[in-house]
Write a protein that binds this ligand. Sequence first.
Ligand code: PEP
Ligand code: MN
Length: 364
Amino acid sequence: MLVVMQAHATEEQVRAVCQKIESLGYRAHAMPGALRTAIGVTGNQAEVEPGTLEEMPGVQELIRVTKPYKLVSRDVKDDNTVITFPGTKATVGGRALAIMAGPCAIESREQALAVGERVARAGAQFFRGGAYKPRTSPYSFQGLGEQGLQIMAEVRDTYGLMIVTEAIDNESLELVEEYADIIQIGARNMQNFSLLKRAGRARKPVLLKRGMSATLEELLMAAEYIMSEGNYNVILCERGVRTFADHTRNTLDLSLVPAVQRLSHLPIVVDPSHGTGKRNKVTPLSRAAVAVGADGLIVEVHNEPDRALSDGMQSLFPDQFDELMTQVRQIAAVVGRTVPAITSETPPVLASEPAFRSVAGQRR
Ligand code: PEP
Ligand code: MN
């Protein structure tokens, strides 16, 4: 159920409707839009009895949401979600593309600082890196744990980059939430429902990666789990799915981007590193991702990829990342987006952009 408020409804009226919904034993999710506020109602097993809600001051109409996903849907919120980061000018879902780059795993302080410096100079606003690694083999490097998070905090302080790092279970999420600016939920955990609910109670934005065999609807339902707990700052991520193709590690499904944008207001970024598994395909697919309308990129970069403890084959050399940024900047201009400029030696100046409305016709 969706309660659509009148355009001129006051905050007081919105609050009163939310309180009424909660008093009926449901959960209210107020979603302010450019024109009006809509209030999503969840927690109801059966249909909500419209009765008194319909008559309350400021209420325009009640709409039954028939899709299985509700809070992620454009039915509930038509405007694109733009995620902001207090104290910075960075956004995800705004006109400026969100560029996240860094090694697959944090291996040492030296490695993280070396990569951090280069990606910051190239214009990335976010530093990615795993402190907890979900590995296929229990004998592979599992990450540095909290020490890795501390190293990332140093990268943030040194280069002004915000931190994106993965939580692999509820335990690691506690710590990741303390250190990270964006909590990553990996492909293997896309349907770990207890982890999704815990992330929904976190106070940081969540980057949710598509499971390797997940449909669009399953991805949106996973995001719904997070939002239903009250965390509305969810970033979706296409990172490739399993197919019969053997020329790449996964098949990067770029058609997901416009498909998501038609149905959901949430931002979506693309990971061409896991999506291809091959260094020489990362830049071409980054160009394609930006052309198709992605809200950002998450790219693996390593100062010594040949010695990386994980995913070296798909990690770019820093010079290659500079080139990727140069190319992507040109494509971005064509689709009405911007990419922060390369700076010579200082940490990046984060691009300030006004709230963004899509290039005409691009979003749906
Ligand atoms: C990663 O980002 O390093 C990672 C493990 O990604 P995914 O969950 O997409 O495999
Ligand atoms: Mn990786």
